[in-house]
Design a protein around this ligand. Structure first.
Ligand SMILES: Nc1ncnc2c1ncn2[C@@H]1O[C@H](COP(=O)(O)OP(=O)(O)OP(=O)(O)O)[C@@H](O)[C@H]1O
Ligand SMILES: [Zn+2]
Ligand SMILES: [Zn+2]
Length: 865
């Protein structure tokens, strides 16, 4: 035998016969990444002759005194001359061969290069937690069984034992010692580390035993990520006479449940102990065996749902998507309630039939149980969800299920863009404008849309970007630079090359809502006038009337508030003292969830909380006043002014627990409340036909952010929230309250005019060379030491200023200088994408940072504040 057939773990590798040594290549080396905190460089190892390794294989290597997971990066004909050959250690084993298919491997490498992140960090994002590194290497007797075991010896081993008086006389003392150690363990199985502790130079002895085929080495997956096994009970025999009534009862229960139950369930139902099951097993009535339980997240049972007959626009969009062969990027621009989801569902269905899988990326999964439900209703158990809120075990199991290659649909958040689906037939990014697709920290600071573009290209499948308010990046990529937009036409096949991605993007539009329902009229209320005319309430007269009517007409409404909590800050009326976070340069927000709950002051940056003081900490005055209004303040105000109105508050305070989003939304959908009051969370894809009224308490919080993207984000949020109204038979209406009625965003939201908004906004971006025209890289520096971080920022900025073709903005303190006791500075780098400037050598830049200052390179940053 030459080379072992390597399979997924547990993996068995035996040494080749002696004759192999004369073979072709003996001296081969491989550079690997080691999964060890703090180690980012490449390490060189020698390849044992019998191992065939390819880049992307997962290996096990000795590292210091440990045995670690590692990934093969590249093969070398010669090791680096600086390395003394005797210092180079040998690769132990292959844990998993061909683990990263080449397209996937290429994807990880691109992410690492583009986001200036060490490859191992990218791999960590892609793999479920704990997969690397924690595997344990173990040695066991071939055929199993030591002293107490019954196992025989493997064929390979027994060959050496034939016709020998002392069957192990040929072993060296070290090998013999290891052998005896293993014999002393009932299963004949110890960890490599344990054997090393017990036997001096155990490594040599183990090698020898491996060579004779007396033992085998295998890798045990980390405990955390081991498949979960549970005892299952299966009915085998027919019920007979030799049974007690109790035993008969248990078998009867089992039979009624289809002859199979988990042991713990059965015991619970029958209120029995496991000894009675043992007796039944001995009598041969049942079999008890360990079976794997998949810890994938299960949704509620759903009635099946068939394909809807499509509108003309949906049908046309679907047809275009289905004629795509191989890689293409599509922008599906459909107004709110135009039925984009139905297009996704029908585009996916035929793919599953031909054995392909689909990946659906959404901004936040907890917020959109409805979307997941729709997919489950259509595709049943072919749907799984993958996101960071799953437990490690759930993630691991879902991930393994993907690797099986079964045709399936994976719905996930940002990190699911790395879901290891073979045979990918389609990628969909729903609500593609949403900024939660971008990771700000830790590195890699990737945008799932950018990664999805590469992935679709590498897997040669289409990518569909869906939104009612496309990001300007996506919008520009369908427009020919300078020439008029593609937007006016119904379906445009636009193959222009865009300056940023150099990818041609097709434009598909769903310009109308389902059943030609109109978009809701948007009324803008000037709150300055309300005040002038004597209305001091936070609700305009118009909104008050609308709220009053809700109940009378048995309709439902949504009220959008920019902030959660009660008040944005608390200050003393006597001395003006403002209660601030001790760790951040921000004021504390007042939170009071319900009547008897404690009154809290909370920091929205570091989550510090303290009880609300009775007296001013500075002057002891009892007169503390609340300023600014969050969800909670608004609900209190509503309760005062509209005592009859039934409310549900929907924000991150009320949805802390797993499943609470779903519970609250279900209550609302069942008509248990008239009004849903909440934050951003409300804007993402809610489809409730009975909602007729949408109110925005104050648009100003959104409009006045100091970011170059503030207008785009405000337009998107307001349009999305407005889009929740009038999706059913009853017409909807939207009331937006603001102090800045003249803002261009407000005008565009009122007229549902994406085109003129984007045109005006793009002109400004172009003038200032901001994205999508110019590109940005943000350097974020932070440190506990305020002086050092400022000095470092200054030094880096000075160094960078010698580079040509890039523009440096800053260094500047972040808009909130101190968060969680760390002082934050930043440097913004602007450059033109076409010029392909020589970017700085980031390793050099990093070397300018003392150890007390941390530096994050945020490529294409979205949050600059
Ligand atoms: N062809 C169709 N016939 C009848 N109803 C449809 C059809 N297509 C979609 N619908 C229904 O129309 C409603 C709106 O669809 P959907 O939620 O997919 O809109 P959307 O475009 O994703 O909206 P948004 O961007 O606002 O989330 C849903 O209740 C959906 O079931
Ligand atoms: Zn005071
Ligand atoms: Zn804080």
């Amino acid at each position: 035998m030459y080379i072992n057939d390597v399979k997924l773990s547990p993996l068995l590798v035996s040494e080749p016969s002696e004759s192999y040594k004369s073979g072709i290549t003996v001296n081969r080396w491989v550079e690997v990444l080691v999964d060890c905190p703090g180690s980012t460089g490449l390490f060189t190892y020698r390849l044992p002759a019998q191992l065939e390794i390819k880049p992307g294989d997962i290996l096990s290597v000795p590292f210091g005194a440990q045995q670690l997971g590692a990934i093969a990066i590249r093969l070398l004909a010669q090791p680096n001359v600086d390395l003394p050959p005797e210092k180079i250690r040998e690769v132990e084993d292959i844990v998993s061969v061909g683990f990263f298919p080449s397209a996937y491997w290429e994807l990880l490498n691109r992410v690492a290069a583009y986001y200036y992140t060490p490859l191992i960090q990218v791999i960590r994002v892609a793999l479920p937690p704990g997969l690397l590194g924690r595997s344990q290497r173990r040695i066991r007797l071939v055929g199993g069984g030591g002293a107490g075991g019954q196992g025989g010896r493997g064929a390979e081993g027994s060959r050496y034992l034939l016709g020998s008086a002392d069957p192990l006389a040929f072993l060296t003392p070290t090998a013999r010692q290891v052998w005896e150690l293993l014999q002393g363990q009932p299963a004949g199985d110890y960890s490599f580390v344990y054997i090393q502790q017990k036997v001096k130079s155990a490594y040599r002895g183990i090698r020898e035993l491996l060579r004779f085929g007396l033992v085998e080495s295998y890798l045990e997956p980390p405990r955390l990520t081991r498949p979960k096994l549970q005892k299952a009970v299966t009915l085998t025999g027919t019920i007979d006479h030799d049974l007690t009534t109790r035993q008969r009862e248990i078998l009867e229960v089992l039979r009624r449940h289809g002859g199979e139950l988990w042991q713990n369930e059965l015991l619970q139902i029958c209120n029995a102990s496991s000894s009675i099951l043992k007796t039944l097993a001995q009598k041969g009535y049942i079999v008890i065996e360990e079976r794997e339980v998949l810890r994938t997240e299960q949704g509620p049972a759903l009635a099946g749902d068939g394909a809807k007959s499509l509108t003309v626009a949906q049908a046309s969009a679907l047809e275009t998507i289905q004629t795509l062969d191989g890689f293409a990027e599509v922008l599906l621009h459909g107004v709110t309630g135009s039925g984009k989801t139905e297009v996704y569902l029908q585009a996916i269905a035929p793919l599953l039939k031909v054995g392909k899988s689909a990946l659906v990326l959404v901004p936040e999964i907890g917020l959109t149980p409805q979307l997941t439900d729709r997919f489950r209703a259509r595709f049943g158990n072919k749907v799984s969800v993958y996101h960071s809120a799953l437990s490690d075990g759930e993630r691991y199991d879902t991930w393994r299920q993907m690797l099986t290659g079964e045709p399936q649909v994976v719905i996930g958040t940002r990190s699911a863009v790395f879901a290891p689906l073979p045979n990918l037939g389609l990628i969909i990014l729903d609500e593609e404008h949403d900024s939660s697709f971008k990771q700000d920290s830790p590195i890699p600071t990737y945008h799932a849309r950018t990664v999805a573009q590469w992935r679709a290209e590498l897997e040669n499948c289409p990518l569909v970007l869906g939104s009612a308010t496309p990001s300007l990046e996506s919008w520009v990529s369908v427009r020919r630079q300078g020439a008029g937009g593609a937007g006016e036409e119904f379906v445009t096949h636009n193959s222009c090359t865009d300056a940023i991605n150099r990818v041609s993007t097709l434009y598909l539009s769903l310009p109308e809502r389902i059943n030609s329902r109109p978009l809701p009229p948007v009324e803008i209320v000037d709150m300055r006038q309300e005040l002038q005319q004597g209305n001091r309430s936070i609700f305009s007269r118009s909104l008050q009337v609308a709220l009053q009517q809700l109940q009378e007409r048995k309709q439902q409404g949504i009220l959008f508030i920019h902030r959660r909590g009660h008040s944005t800050f608390v200050s003393c009326r006597s001395c003006g003292y403002v209660l601030e976070c001790p760790y951040c340069d921000v004021s504390l927000a007042y939170h009071h969830t319900e009547e008897k709950a404690p009154e809290l002051l909370r920091c929205h940056y570091c989550n510090y909380a303290r009880s609300h003081p009775k007296f001013c900490p500075d002057c002891s005055s009892p007169y503390l006043k609340f300023f600014g209004s969050g969800t909670q303040r608004v609900t209190q105000e509503l309760a005062r002014q509209f005592p009859e109105l039934r409310l549900i508050r929907f924000d991150s305070d009320t949805t802390r627990n797993k499943g609470s989003h779903r519970t609250l939304l279900t209550q609302f959908a069942n008509g248990e409340a008239d009004l849903l009051v909440g934050t951003q969370m409300l804007t993402k894809g809610l489809d409730l036909p009975q909602v007729t009224l949408v109110g925005v308490v104050a648009a100003d919080g959104l409009l006045n952010l100091s970011d170059y993207r503030a207008s785009e984000r405000a337009f998107q949020t307001l349009t999305q929230v407005a889009g929740r109204a009038g999706r059913g038979d009853d017409p909807g209406r939207v009331i937006v309250q603001t102090y800045t009625t003249e803002h261009q965003v407000i005008a565009a939201v009122r007229s549902h005019d994406y085109h003129s908004f984007s045109q005006a906004e793009l002109e400004q971006r172009q003038a200032l060379n901001y994205p999508p025209y110019g590109r940005l890289i943000l350097l974020r520096l932070s440190s506990l030491d305020p002086i050092q971080v400022q000095n470092t920022a200054q030094i880096i900025a000075t160094t960078l200023s010698t580079e040509e073709e890039i523009e440096i903005l800053g260094p500047a303190p972040a808009s909130i200088l101190r968060v969680a006791n760390r002082y934050r500075w930043q440097i913004l780098i602007k450059f033109a994408p076409d010029a392909l400037p020589q970017l700085p050598d980031w390793e050099e830049v990093r070397s300018l940072c003392p150890s007390s200052v941390s530096l994050t390179i945020d490529v294409d940053p979205l949050n600059i504040m």
